[in-house]
Write a protein that binds this ligand. Structure first.
Ligand code: ADP
Ligand code: MG
Length: 607
């Protein structure tokens, strides 16, 4: 089977998302890969698909024990032979997994990093053909990463224990240049194919608010967003307790999660959340590494976290299925002091070289300043985040609290037509320029190089925008580049297919620009979900059906089908196997397992 056929048959998706196909094909050619893709981008498929296509076993190292089970459950519901080895298994289960490994029955084995040093893993390394080792959340290997895990260093000795070096594929959602370099060195990636898809998550709305009363602001938000699933992060256990109580008192059922609870309660609360028994979870940052629940509609930070890496990762747990979602941060000055306190006391009880300790603390302080600027700065939040992670981004995104208050949408249809036709005429004359020069031409510059070319005489669009300030012209061109209408390569502007369509179909185009006067509109209630075209009644019937199956099979609801898939069912109303297969997220195995149950619901609804 080809990668594409596997995508369709096992996972039920029609096309690869950005970056997936490239990563898969490099892995299949035997090259190491390093994928840096935001949460929700679909990193798992990048190693799961090649794992199915290669001969031997793929070992996946992932830091989250509790959620490995869900990953494996998700694979198994898609008919893929996978299992995990971690400390939650009892001896019989453990042995049964080992037996499957030795019989060659498994394609994918998830392993916690702590397990790598055990004799059973070393024996596997020696005797079982391993075609690939995958490291998820690979930033954990670097001391300069935001959550360094010493057990990740076991990976190196494990790789050395293998009789030959398999393909190494590593993934993370957040890595600064420095961390990425560190990862490459530590794991000794061999000439890896590196891919960064960019960090932008278009469907997320980012907001910062400084409410006088955080508790009231939270309730206000919840009143605006009833029935939505969300995570509320607090900085301390004490605060988790308090906020959970407040919510329950106010009639918003919520569960708590922090490291001070018994294992039992933590596990129960997490599962209630994952299995949709409760919509709200209030947690410290102990919750969530690898939370793959795909229908989280909002993530609220009740306090400023200690750095932007953590923030982006935690906030990124919203909207994994691509639906619009809100990420809101409540900030006040005391958050800063608490974080400073944590940093100053960091490593107090740890044996550590004092110089290193000092260095790490200084690094954390610097990170803290960056997130503080995010909270108090006066610029587009998305722009700030993306720049921090090394992406280019427009000055205004139109979808964050800053842009919502300070920006408006300005129509730029006519100037866009002028820009496109100017480039078109220049190309006709075999002339290619970069953005800066194009602006000069559009504004009728008298510079010698244009006079020598006699542009004023031969070009009907010469000076056609002489009434628009240079900065504005440039901003528009940049915006058109970001929207895929133009491309700038080797300092030359080119027209894309979209440019032709734009003219032909007489489309309108709007660009967010700074408003003259700020309005007092409140920013922290987030963005209302756009009214969907989903039939809400059928949607809730399908959700009930999913809920029943999820309880019967003891897997989280989203492992059966995500909300996206249920919505697609509402649109397509499939009542035959063929039609059901065309629903996004339905592969062969899921059709066989669940098709009848869901089609029954649809049929009886239609009657
Ligand atoms: P990541 O690990 O990058 O945070 P996941 O691998 O958990 O993201 O994928 C997030 C969601 O996107 C999952 O529900 C997954 O099934 C879905 N997904 C992944 N690839 C595709 C695709 N090509 N088309 C549609 N959905 C996809
Ligand atoms: Mg992942």
């Amino acid at each position: 089977m080809t990668a594409y056929e596997i995508l369709k048959q096992y996972f039920g998706y029609d096309k690869f998302r950005s970056g997936q196909a490239e990563l898969i094909s490099h892995i299949l050619q035997g090259q190491d890969v390093f994928g840096i893709m935001p949460t929700g981008a679909g990193k798992s498929l990048c190693y799961q698909i090649p794992a199915l296509m290669m001969n031997g076993l793929t070992i996946v190292i992932s830091p989250l024990i509790s959620l490995m089970q869900d990953q494996v459950a998700a694979l198994r519901t898609n008919g893929i032979p996978a299992a995990c080895l971690n400390s939650m298994l009892n001896e019989t289960e453990y042995k049964s997994v080992l037996r499957q490994v030795y019989r060659g029955e498994l394609k994918i084995l998830y392993v916690a990093p702590e397990r790598l040093e055990t004799s059973s893993m070393l024996k596997i390394a020696e005797t079982v053909p391993v075609s690939m080792v995958t490291v998820d959340e690979v930033h954990c290997v670097s001391q300069w990463g935001q959550d360094f895990r010493p057990s990740y260093l076991n990976i190196i000795s494990f790789l050395k224990a293998l009789p030959y070096r398999p393909v190494l594929s590593v993934f993370t959602a957040t890595a600064t240049q420095e961390v990425a370099q560190d990862v490459r060195n530590i794991l000794q990636l061999k000439n890896p194919f590196c891919l960064t898809t960019g960090f932008n998550r278009e469907n997320l709305y980012f907001g910062v608010a400084q409410p006088r009363d955080k508790s009231e602001a939270l309730l206000e938000f919840l009143r605006h967003h009833p029935d939505e699933t969300g995570i509320i992060y607090c900085i301390s256990r004490r605060l988790v307790e308090q906020v959970t109580e407040d919510l329950n008192d106010a009639g918003f059922p919520a569960v708590r999660y922090h490291a001070g609870l018994t294992d039992q309660e933590r596990y129960r609360n997490q599962n209630d959340f994952l299995y949709d028994k409760v919509r709200l979870i209030v947690a410290t940052n102990a919750f969530g590494m690898g939370i793959d629940k795909s229908d989280v509609s909002f993530v609220i930070h009740y306090n400023m976290p200690k750095n932007l890496e953590n923030y982006y990762q935690e906030a990124g747990r919203a909207g994994r299925d691509g639906s619009p979602a809100n990420c809101i941060l409540f900030y006040d000055g005391s958050d800063l002091r608490i974080n400073q306190f944590f940093i100053n006391n960091f490593g107090e009880n740890q044996e550590m070289d004092p110089k290193l300790k000092q260095k790490l603390r200084a690094k954390e302080m610097q990170r803290l300043r960056t997130i503080q600027n995010y909270c108090t700065g006066r610029s587009c939040l998305r722009n700030y985040l993306l720049n921090y992670f090394g992406d280019t981004a427009p000055e205004y995104c139109g979808n964050c609290s800053f842009c919502r208050i300070y920006c408006e949408q300005k129509e730029i249809t006519v100037p866009t037509q002028k820009i496109i036709s100017c480039i078109y005429y220049l190309h006709q004359k075999n002339l290619y320029f970069d953005s800066k020069s194009l602006v000069q031409i559009l504004r009728g510059s008298k510079a010698k190089k244009y006079q020598d070319l006699q542009l004023e005489q031969i070009l009907p669009t010469y000076g056609i925008m002489n009434d628009t300030p240079e900065k504005e012209c440039l901003a528009m061109i940049r915006y058109l580049i970001q929207n895929g209408i133009l491309t700038e390569k080797n300092q030359e502007l080119h027209l894309n297919r979209k440019a032709g369509l734009f003219l032909k179909e007489q489309q309108k185009i709007f660009m967010p620009v700074r408003k003259a006067l700020p309005s007092a509109e409140s920013a922290h209630t987030g963005r209302k979900k756009t009214v969907s075209d989903t039939d809400e009644i059928l949607f809730s019937l399908l959700k009930d059906c999913r809920q029943k199956l999820s309880q019967k099979e003891h897997v989280p609801a989203y492992v059966i089908f995500t909300d996206m898939t249920l919505r697609d069912m509402c649109r397509k109303l499939p009542v035959s196997d063929m039609a059901f297969l065309s629903v996004e997220g339905v592969g062969r195995v899921k059709l066989e397992k669940y098709g009848d149950a869901f089609m029954k619901v649809i049929r009886s609804y239609q009657k």
